[in-house]
Write a protein that binds this ligand. Sequence first.
Ligand code: ADP
Ligand code: MG
Length: 264
Amino acid sequence: MFKSFYGLRERPFGKTPDPRFLYLSKEHEEALARLEYAIEERDMAVLTGDIGSGKTTISRALMDRNQKDHFILIVNPRLSPTQLLREIARRLDLDLKHFRSDLLEDISNRLLEFYSENRGVVLIVDEAQLIPTKSTFDELRLLSNFQLDDVNLVSIILIGQPELRERLKHPTYSALRQRIGMWYHLTNLNEKETINYIKHRIKIAGGKPSIFSESAMKYIFEKTNGVPRIINTLATNSLLVGFEKEENPITIESVKEASKELVL
Ligand SMILES: Nc1ncnc2c1ncn2[C@@H]1O[C@H](COP(=O)(O)OP(=O)(O)O)[C@@H](O)[C@H]1O
Ligand SMILES: [Mg+2]
């Protein structure tokens, strides 16, 4: 396997958003800081970014770095309003009442319990562009209105692809928009960040950052536009091609070969 040839303990470019491999580019750091602030303020926030740009990774880092608050992470939000409330109730260890009004009452009581313990409740909805209808967004807005002594009881973070932002711009969402205190769009990595990202992941995996030649890394940036998920795919394939040729460092030619095999 290429691992031992390149002196790696593990695969440096895995497919899962493993927080151990977290690389904080300026944008990722900024997104995290702003979301943390929104949570402190118990506000509503929207994080958008292209597919593979690192949104889910950031939500994991957010939870990792916060041991105080209670997080509810919803990753498949194709839910009707009542299904959404049931899911939230379930994550709050509540009995699943049949009627919406009972669900809401139980949820609100539980939020008050957390509040009295001085703990926040953070609802993260990933892939929020998949929310099917406005009525589910309305339910989220109503939840965001739960208050005591003028303090919100829940922070809500909506994460999604750029179309989420477009959708929420529509006039029918103006009430929800007014509730949103923070919008952040995650951009892709630039060339320097892409190179640092590659070196960082190799280092975490136990290898020497010089496995790829500089020109090879520049080519990876060119081919992937700095999208982390695509960088991972191309870098893994390049490791395989380089290993076949027993090449160290891996040359730009091998990355070119690897990128031809992939449909990027
Ligand atoms: N800041 C980062 N540090 C380390 N790996 C990252 C980072 N951002 C993205 N990745 C990697 O890129 C891949 C895609 O990231 P992900 O968070 O799933 O993107 P999105 O949710 O925006 O589609 C994941 O496998 C993850 O490991
Ligand atoms: Mg994601």
